[in-house]
Design a binder for this molecule. Structure first.
Ligand SMILES: [Zn+2]
Length: 84
């Protein structure tokens, strides 16, 4: 078993590109968990994450998050007061 493999998007065991990724994990280290569709190998694809900037959501983005969360509010004019 190879401990390290330096090719992004490729299985470290069989070198297949047929990987299925899970959600991004950003803890002490940042990575995408993956499962190789070809050989079943499971692992983590590590990333460095650099801070870029802070930005507040627009009213449209906020309403879209509420819609996708199944919340059906009418107008959300005071959303900066809300906890996201
Ligand atoms: Zn594989």
């Amino acid at each position: 078993m190879k401990d390290q493999f330096d090719y992004c998007g490729q299985c470290p065991q069989c070198e297949s590109y047929e990987l299925t990724y899970g959600g991004f994990v950003n803890l002490e280290t940042s990575y995408y968990p993956f499962v190789c569709d070809a050989c079943g190998c499971r692992g983590k694809e590590y990333y460095t994450v650099d801070f870029l900037r802070m930005e507040s959501d627009t009213v449209e983005e906020h309403n879209e998050k509420l819609r996708s969360a199944g919340v059906h509010n009418e107008a959300v004019s005071d959303f900066h007061e809300d906890k996201l």
